[in-house]
Design a protein around this ligand. Structure first.
Ligand SMILES: Nc1nc2c(ncn2[C@@H]2O[C@H](COP(=O)(O)OP(=O)(O)OP(=O)(O)O)[C@@H](O)[C@H]2O)c(=O)[nH]1
Ligand SMILES: [Mg+2]
Length: 584
C-alpha cells in the first residue's frame, strides 16, 4: 500500500480530488460537510492502474487547522500538493510546503485543481518553483478538475509512478504507530488508527503505550476497511485494543514495539531553518501525530535543547518540526541528536555541550555513544535507536574500550592501596571497589578483576596464598603439617595461641579460605567438610552424633558444630530423634 497525504490552501479542492479519485467521502463530520470545509483528517483509498492501492490522508487547508494537518502528514512519506488554478499560490500553500520540507518529505506530486475555472499554467509554474526549493525537489505536475474529471487518469498514472519510486519500507524495524484517531466500537471497545510507517503488526501482539504500566494487546486489526491477521508497513491500520479504556489514548500517542523506544522529555536537536538565536523561548514540536509545547534553550548556532511538556518516544535521527502557533510560522525542521542528553549544571557546560553536538549528525553511532556515555546498558542504547553490534563487558553492560582499560588500571591501584592500608584483610570488598570506582553495578567490578587478582568471599585480592600476611600464612602451614593426617581434630585454644592465631589472624585466614571456623576457637582445615561428608556417607544411615564422632575420630567440641554446619549447608539432615542422614 502507498500512503499519501494531501497538502494545500483552504478550498483549493483537496477533498474534492480525493473524493473524485476514490469515490469515498474524506470529510467524515457532518459539520465539515455543512461548512464545506475539512476540519480534521480524512481517510480514503482506491486501486491504481497498476493494481496497487493508494490510501489518502486528506488534511484541512484552513489556517486554524494546521496542527491537524501536521498530525496527518507527520508519519506519511509522500505528499499530494494541491493548488487551485484560479487562486494560485496562497499562505497555507506556503505553510504546508514549509512543513513538508521541515519533515524532509522527499516524494511528492503537484495537482493543479479547478483547471476548469482558469488556465492552470501560471499556478503550476509558481508552485513547481516553490516546491523545487524544498526537500521535494522537482515534482511532476498534473492539471485536473474535480468537477469535470479532466486530468484524473493522468493523475492516477502519476500516483502509480510516484508509488514505484518510494523506498521499500523496513518491515523488520520496530513499530511506532502514531495514533491519529481513537474511538470506541460497540462490542469491540477502543480502536485507534494511524499510518504504519515501519514494522509489522499482528493480532495478538503486545505493544507498549507510554504511561501505561501494562502492555496493551492487539485484539483485532483492520486495514482498508477489512479485518486482517497482520499488516506490514506501509499501511493505514485500525487497531482494536479491547480492554484499554478509550480515554487512555488519543492523537499524538504511539503504540510501540516493547523495549525499543526511549520516552524522553529532553532532547538535543539540530535545526534546519531559523537560527537558534532567533527562536522564541517556547514553540510547539510536531513529530508523528504528536504536538507538544517545548521550551527552547539555544546551545550552538544551529543546535538547541528542547524540554518537552510531556515525554515522547523519540529516537536518535528522528525528524520533527518546530512551529510557532502564534505567528503561523514553521520555524523549521529538527533532527534529533540525543534523546538522553546530560544535564547542564556546571558553568560552561552549555558551551561544551554545543561543541559535542557540533560533531553529531543524527546518524546513530555506537562508538561515539560509548565514548560519550562510557558505560551503558545494551537495552538503553537500543531504546535510543542505536543499533548494538558489540559484546557487553559484563551482564548487559557496554563500555567504551579506553574507559574500560582505565577502570581496570584503577581497580588494581585501589586493591593495592587497600592492601597497604589493611594488611590483615584478604583483599578489598567488591562493594567498596564498586563505590570507589563509581560503578553502577557490581558485575562490572567482577568483570574487571583479572589474574593475579581474584574474587574470594566477596573480596578482591591477590590470587596466591601470599595474600595472607606472612605470620598468618606460616601458622596455617603449621596447622596443616600437624593436623593434615587427622583432619577432624581442631587445635586446642592454647595451641592456637602458641601458633600466634588470635581472633584477628583466624579471621584473616578464614576470609582467605585457608581455615574453616566452626565456632570460636574451633578451626579446621578447609577440605575437612568434604572429607567429613564422605566418611559419614559410609556409616549406616541414619547415624547418631556419637557414631559420627567416632567415625570422624574427633571430640564433641568439633563434632557438634561440624554437624550443625553440614546441616546448614544441606549436606546432612537432622531427623526428629536427633539422628542424621547424609543427603545425597
Ligand atoms: N469548479 C471546480 N470547483 C472545485 C474543484 N475542486 C473543488 N472545487 C470546489 O472548491 C470548493 C472547495 O473544495 P474542497 O475540496 O472542499 O477544498 P479543500 O481543499 O478540501 O478545502 P479544505 O479541506 O477546507 O482545505 C468546493 O466548493 C468544491 O466544489 C474543481 O476542480 N473545479
Ligand atoms: Mg478538504
Amino acid at each position: 500500500m502507498f500512503v499519501v497525504a494531501t497538502a494545500g490552501h483552504v478550498d483549493h479542492g483537496k477533498s474534492t480530488l480525493v473524493r473524485a479519485l476514490t469515490g469515498m467521502e474524506p470529510d467524515r463530520w457532518a459539520e465539515e460537510r455543512r461548512r464545506g470545509m475539512t476540519i480534521d483528517l480524512g481517510f480514503a483509498w482506491t486501486t491504481l492502474p497498476s493494481g496497487g492501492t493508494v490510501a489518502f490522508v486528506d488534511v484541512p487547508g484552513h489556517e486554524r487547522f494546521v496542527p491537524n494537518m501536521l498530525a496527518g502528514v507527520g508519519p506519511v512519506p509522500a505528499a499530494l500538493i494541491v493548488v487551485a488554478a484560479d487562486e494560485g499560490w496562497m499562505p497555507q500553500s506556503a505553510e504546508h510546503l514549509a512543513a513538508l520540507d521541515a519533515l524532509g518529505v522527499a516524494y511528492g506530486l503537484l495537482a493543479v485543481t479547478r483547471a476548469d475555472l482558469a488556465d492552470p499554467r501560471p499556478a503550476t509554474a509558481r508552485a513547481r518553483a516553490e516546491i523545487a526549493e524544498t526537500s521535494l525537489g522537482a515534482v511532476p505536475a498534473v492539471a485536473v478538475s474535480g468537477l469535470t474529471g479532466a486530468g484524473l487518469p493522468q493523475l492516477r498514472e502519476a500516483l502509480d509512478r510516484l508509488a514505484a519510486q518510494l523506498p521499500a519500507p523496513v518491515v523488520d524495524d520496530p513499530v511506532r504507530l502514531w495514533v491519529d484517531r481513537s474511538f470506541t466500537v460497540r462490542g469491540s471497545g477502543t480502536v485507534v488508527t494511524g499510518t504504519l510507517g515501519t514494522g509489522r503488526l499482528r493480532v495478538g501482539d503486545e505493544l507498549e503505550l507510554a504511561g501505561a504500566d501494562e502492555p496493551v494487546r492487539v485484539r483485532g486489526l483492520h486495514s482498508l476497511g477489512e479485518a486482517r491477521p497482520e499488516a506490514a508497513a506501509v499501511a493505514r491500520v485500525a487497531v482494536n485494543l479491547r480492554g484499554t479504556p478509550r480515554d487512555r489514548l488519543g492523537r499524538g500517542d504511539a503504540l510501540l514495539t516493547p523495549g525499543r523506544f526511549h520516552h524522553t522529555d529532553l532532547v538535543d536537536v539540530r535545526l534546519a531553518g531559523d537560527p537558534a538565536a532567533d527562536l522564541p523561548a517556547t514553540l510547539t514540536l510536531h513529530v508523528g501525530s504528536a504536538a507538544v509545547p517545548v521550551r527552547v534553550r539555544p546551545l550552538g548556532p544551529d543546535t538547541v535543547r528542547l524540554r518537552l511538556a510531556r515525554p515522547l518516544p523519540l529516537l536518535v535521527g528522528d525528524r520533527a518540526l518546530l512551529r510557532d502557533p502564534g505567528r503561523h510560522h514553521v520555524s523549521g525542521g529538527v533532527r534529533v541528536l540525543d534523546v538522553a542528553p546530560p544535564p547542564l549544571g556546571r558553568r560552561g557546560a552549555a558551551a561544551a555541550r554545543a561543541q559535542v553536538l557540533a560533531e553529531l549528525d543524527g546518524r546513530p553511532d555506537l562508538a561515539g555513544e560509548l565514548r560519550r556515555r562510557r558505560l551503558i546498558r545494551t537495552g538503553a542504547l537500543i531504546r535510543m535507536g542505536v543499533p548494538v553490534h558489540a559484546e557487553p563487558v559484563a551482564g548487559d553492560w557496554l563500555a567504551d574500550p579506553a574507559h574500560w582499560r582505565r577502570l581496570g588500571e584503577r581497580l588494581t591501584e585501589e586493591v593495592a592501596r587497600h592492601a597497604r592500608e589493611h594488611p590483615l584483610e584478604p583483599g578489598m570488598p567488591v562493594d567498596a571497589l564498586r563505590q570507589r570506582l563509581a560503578l553502577p553495578d557490581r558485575v562490572l567490578v567482577e568483570a574487571l578483576v583479572r589474574p593475579p587478582l581474584r574474587i574470594h568471599a566477596g573480596r578482591v585480592g591477590a590470587a596466591s596464598a601470599n595474600a595472607l600476611p606472612e605470620p598468618v600464612a606460616l601458622a596455617v602451614q603449621r596447622v596443616r603439617a600437624e593436623y593434615g593426617d587427622r583432619p577432624f581434630r581442631a587445635p586446642e585454644a592454647d595451641r592456637l595461641v602458641d601458633l600466634g592465631l588470635g581472633p584477628r589472624e583466624i579471621g584473616a585466614a578464614v576470609r582467605a579460605g585457608a581455615l574453616l571456623r566452626l565456632a570460636d576457637n574451633v578451626v579446621l582445615l578447609p577440605d575437612a567438610l568434604d572429607d567429613a561428608v564422605r566418611v559419614l556417607a559410609g556409616l549406616p544411615q541414619p547415624f547418631t552424633l556419637s557414631a559420627a564422632r567416632q567415625a570422624l575420630d574427633t571430640t564433641r567440641r568439633v563434632a557438634v558444630p561440624l554437624l550443625e554446619l553440614l546441616d546448614r549447608r544441606g549436606a546432612t539432615r537432622r531427623l526428629p530423634d536427633d539422628a542424621r542422614i547424609v543427603v545425597t
